[in-house]
Design a protein around this ligand. Structure first.
Ligand code: 6PG
Length: 471
């Protein structure tokens, strides 16, 4: 009965796929689901992997089926359900057993659960798992947080099931407590921004250039062979090329333009605000999803002002410029994401390993792309330097920011909203402005609130000649 290497709770899509992946890699696994019928059906449908799977009907049976010290993966919806599951397991598990939350938890919750585990036991880890259903089944990227020795204990299983980049597992330890879930949240923030930028260039092609879905698909397929090679470009090319079986029209044209979200992108933005980290492309992406869901308001706006997007003259912008704009935007959005992790490392005193994060993201996860290998190299050279300053990416940006500028200018003139790309460019320009306009902000603050300012000549005179005029 006690022969399983590991246990898993929650046989929803992701949990079931992860369990099959674990079984396939040769680790006997005990599984439990709230609905027992689901557990038995899972085993019945596991085919050749069935002998590796022990279905259990109670939590006590599950715990008894695992070799001590035990490790149990939770694959239940983030939030309350995780706390309930931990509370139910705690009396059944030994102090040195381990619960691993592999859902998309808010990292503050993981911090709290890690702290509770220290006093109440058993051990607790939070791991970020990316790659969707396919990734869970055949190799996700895994970002671990908790105690190093707990990671080391389960690393053989996690490394085995993770995606591989040239044979190297895309799984690593990110730091204490909620570090794994924090890195996963930033991954999702970048995911939102990358997806939004692709949606924006799609809009330029569709509404500005008048291209058909098939032409857009072909263009994206072409981009996927160059510097933009990535999972998100690849699937975007595929969806643009798909046909709706009901109407015979391009599938994309039949999909309502209201984007959903489970909240991880929003968490990233909120955390960036707490840390005063600057991630405008990610913020713009979250904003765009929020605004997309306000369809009645958008229709009211259209009724008053007319539809925004207008077709461009052929000479306005080339597809090559658009591709370069996307390259620049992508570098800037990743640079923002890594800078956020850097800020969090310092603020939380978590030494999160930036080069390893880039390495873990090279395969398996949703934002996997060929650029991540170059990012890993750049971050290895100097983890403290902003990615946009690394020579490799600085050269790329020098070569492409002009096209980003052209694209945004064309978008502005033709009513094509490009919030993520435009905020990426504004950030880039601010990041290379030695003399900004914040002197005006300081003067205003001093005028109305006598807040004082620093002088460029170092003189110790903190107030302007307007002192006393404030309210
Ligand atoms: C991943 C994804 C995944 C994400 C869902 C839904 O890395 O596999 O990021 O974890 O949570 O795809 O995300 P939204 O509903 O927020 O778009």
């Amino acid at each position: 009965m006690t022969n399983s290497t590991i246990g898993l709770i929650g046989l929803g899509t992701m949990g079931a796929m992860l369990a099959l992946n674990i079984a396939e890699k040769g680790f006997p696994i005990a599984v439990w689901n709230r609905t027992t019928a689901v557990t038995h059906q899972f085993k019945a449908e596991a085919g050749a992997l069935a002998p590796m799977i022990t279905p259990t009907e109670t939590l006590a049976e599950l715990v008894a089926a695992i070799k001590p010290p035990r490790a149990i993966i939770l694959m239940v919806p983030a939030g309350e359900a995780v706390d309930q599951q931990i509370a139910a397991l705690r009396p059944l598990m030994a102090a040195d057993d381990l619960i691993i939350d592999a859902g998309n938890a808010l990292f503050h919750d993981t911090n709290r659960r890690s702290a509770d585990a220290q006093t109440l036991g058993p051990h607790f880890m939070g791991i970020g798992v990316s790659g969707g259903e396919e990734g869970a089944r055949h190799g996700p990227a895994i970002m671990g947080g908790g105690l190093r020795q707990d990671w080391d204990r389960v690393a053989p299983v996690l490394n085995a099931i993770a995606a591989k980049y040239q044979g190297v597992p895309c799984a690593d330890f990110m730091g204490p407590a909620g570090a794994g879930h924090f890195v996963k949240a930033v991954h999702n923030g970048i995911e939102y921004a990358d997806m939004q930028m692709i949606a924006e260039v799609y809009g330029v092609m569709r509404d500005g250039m008048g291209m058909t879905a098939a032409e857009i698909s072909q263009t994206l397929h072409g981009w996927n062979k160059g510097p933009l090679q990535s999972y998100l470009i690849e699937i975007s090319a595929e969806v643009a090329g798909a046909t709706d079986k009901h109407s015979g029209k391009p599938m994309l044209d039949m999909i309502l333009d209201r984007a959903g979200q489970k909240g991880t992108g929003r968490w990233t933005v909120i955390e960036a605000q707490h840390l005063a980290a600057t991630i405008p492309a990610i913020e713009a992406a979250v904003m765009a999803r929020n605004l997309s869901s306000r369809l009645p308001e958008r229709l009211a706006g259209q009724a008053v002002f007319g539809a925004a997007p207008q077709a461009m003259a052929k000479s306005t912008l080339t597809l090559a410029q658009l591709e370069q704009a996307m390259i620049a935007g992508k570098i800037l959005c990743y640079a923002q994401g890594f800078a956020l992790i850097s800020a969090a490392s310092a603020a939380f005193d978590w030494p999160m390993p930036l080069p390893e994060i880039a390495r873990v993201w090279r395969e398996g996860c949703i934002i996997r792309s060929s650029m991540l290998n170059d990012m890993a190299t750049a971050l290895t050279e100097d983890p403290a330097r902003n990615l946009m300053l690394a020579p490799f990416f600085a050269e790329h940006l020098k070569a492409t920011h002009g096209a980003l500028r052209q694209t945004i200018a064309a978008g502005a003139l033709h009513g094509l909203p490009l919030p993520a790309l435009a905020s990426g460019l504004a950030w880039f320009d601010m990041m290379r402005t030695g003399r900004s306009t914040a002197n005006m902000i300081q003067a205003q603050r001093d005028f109305f609130g006598a807040h004082g300012f620093e002088r460029i000549d170092g003189l110790d005179d903190k107030h302007g000649p307007w002192s006393g005029h404030g309210i």
